[in-house]
Design a protein around this ligand. Structure first.
Ligand code: BG6
Length: 496
């Protein structure tokens, strides 16, 4: 698509002076602009509490792009589409003024009333803003109005439900775009293509041929300056309820009948419905929690979680989760899906390893104990690609086999050419494609699953810290697999 085929729209960013706008949104909008995936007739209105002028706003946008995008020419032309509106979200008059600004811009850029409202701010304001936008007439235009909201979408099922009901007073489900930025990642979007476009995978993609699946999403960074939020969240709510379970759904779902948002989401919902609920008294059998203590990463001594800013010195918040999930349906019965995620671990990496079952007899290994299984590794980040581990004859070594790796690297050539997650998601929303956003049905089922686990953990304080910064998490997370006769496959190696 070129810029002429792209919908003309105004993007309104609430929280335009904040971190997300600076780090992700402005650079992503710029990349869309540079690659002609944005209509030439576009405007961005930043709203925030600070009394900035358009000029101040534009120079902030410029600075964020200079920092976030390697090649940046023609910034003046680009930032001339940016406008700033000082705003008080509680005051109806602020909305009225904003509406006038939007009408003016729609006239000057010949935009037919298409408005994307992007809420890049704390979730406690989502409902107030959504309701005021409707009540003050900002959603009544000739074109479309869409609401984009960031996570966290609630704190548990009851709070998510309440928030959803409030937002739904103003926007219908098909106008709401709930961001899960993992769904914008190239290799997460590639899961369905790898699965459903290859004759060699789909017939094997079931409990007859797959022994287990392992999903790891580890980070080197600690909680940084987000202690206040993280204390109320922890790794289970921050990563598992959304990003990790979304990857589980994409790996486990049935092929959709077509690639529409409705069909894709309905297949994902079926996976969540089949996810075996974990009862409070069984949580320790299926889930392991951890919290980082001090340690050394890259020759730097780092403090433990309890020493971080805005963190309770006796905090019971988990910074690591490992779990064993079971999907009770015909395809997956009996195949464990192991997940783990944590902060301050050895490497920043997200990888999926699909381990196939051993063949009934392997004559090509001198020691049968060492027979290596076939593995399909999907590298989500930082390296993007796939590795297929097969067995082949070791040259000049009798008839013995050894594991060999077939690699495909998606981003080795030109890392800058891979669109950022936010870039894709903004593009999708402008084009009305909600496939890679989460539907309320998905959100409600994943919260219901996760709530049982957090309830059990809240009732029973853990003995934290239990893993060192720079490690791969607590020992118990190894046991989760070894009890079943498996082990975590290494995930820290990259293509280079
Ligand atoms: C966010 C979490 O959703 O995802 C963060 O709130 C986490 O705590 C981040 O660091 C990880 O995202 P990515 O894209 O760096 O893997």
């Amino acid at each position: 698509m070129n810029s002429e085929q792209q919908p003309k729209a105004v993007i309104v960013i609430f929280g335009a002076t904040g971190d997300l706008a600076k780090r992700k949104l402005f650079p992503s909008i710029y990349r869309l602009f540079k690659s002609s995936r944005l209509s030439k007739e576009f405007a961005v209105v930043g709203v925030g509490r600070r009394p900035w002028t358009n000029e101040e706003f534009r120079s902030n946008v410029t600075a964020s792009i200079e920092k976030g995008v390697e090649e940046h020419q023609g910034l003046e032309d680009f930032t001339s589409h940016f406008y700033y509106q000082p705003f008080d979200i509680e005051k109806p008059s602020s909305y009225g003024q904003l509406n006038e600004v939007l009408k003016g811009l729609e006239e000057s850029y010949s935009i037919p009333g298409n408005r994307m409202f992007y809420l890049a701010m704390a979730p406690e304001f989502f409902a107030t803003i959504a309701i005021n936008l409707k009540n003050e007439g900002l959603t009544t235009t000739e074109g479309w109005s869409r609401l984009v909201i960031e996570k966290p979408f609630g704190h548990d099922f009851p709070s998510a439900k309440k928030l959803n009901e409030e937002i739904r007073e103003a926007f219908s489900e098909d106008q709401i775009y709930r961001i899960d930025h993992y769904l914008g990642k190239e290799m997460v979007q590639n899961i369905e293509v790898i699965r459903f476009a290859n004759a060699i995978f789909e017939p094997l993609w079931n409990n007859r041929y797959i022994s287990n699946i392992q999903i790891t999403s580890s980070e080197v960074l600690g909680v940084e300056d987000r202690g206040r939020y993280y204390e109320t969240s922890g790794a289970l709510r921050d990563m598992v309820q959304n990003h990790i379970l979304q990857m589980v759904a994409l790996l486990a779902m049935e092929p959709p009948v077509r690639l529409s948002d409705e069909e894709m989401r309905s297949e994902k919902v079926k996976v969540f419905k089949a996810l075996r609920p974990i009862k409070a008294d069984e949580v320790s059998k299926y889930f392991v929690r951890g919290q980082y203590g001090s340690g050394e990463i890259n020759n730097e001594n780092l403090p433990g979680y309890r020493e971080e800013n805005n963190v309770d010195p006796e905090s019971n918040t988990e910074t690591f989760v490992a779990g064993k999930l079971l999907i009770d349906n015909f395809r997956w019965a009996g195949v464990p899906i192991y997940i783990r995620t944590g902060k301050r671990m050895k490497a920043k990496t997200t990888k999926i390893v699909v381990q196939f079952k051993d063949i009934p007899m392997n004559l090509y290994y001198n020691n049968r104990e060492n027979v290596e299984p076939n593995l399909l590794v999907i590298h989500i980040q930082p390296d993007e690609g796939i590795t297929l581990q097969l067995n082949a004859r070791k040259s000049g070594d009798g008839s013995y086999g050894e594991p060999i790796k077939l690699d495909y690297c998606n981003n080795c050539g030109d890392k800058n050419n891979t669109p950022e997650a936010y870039e894709r998601l903004i593009d999708d929303c402008l084009n009305g494609d909600a496939t890679n956003f989460t539907h309320w049905d998905e959100v409600s089922l994943t919260w219901t699953f996760v709530d049982e686990i957090s309830k059990a953990w809240e009732m029973k304080p853990a003995s934290f810290p239990n893993y060192k910064s720079g490690s791969m998490g607590p020992e118990n997370s190894e046991k989760l697999l070894s009890d079943d006769g498996f082990n975590w496959w290494p995930v820290t190696d990259t293509f280079e």
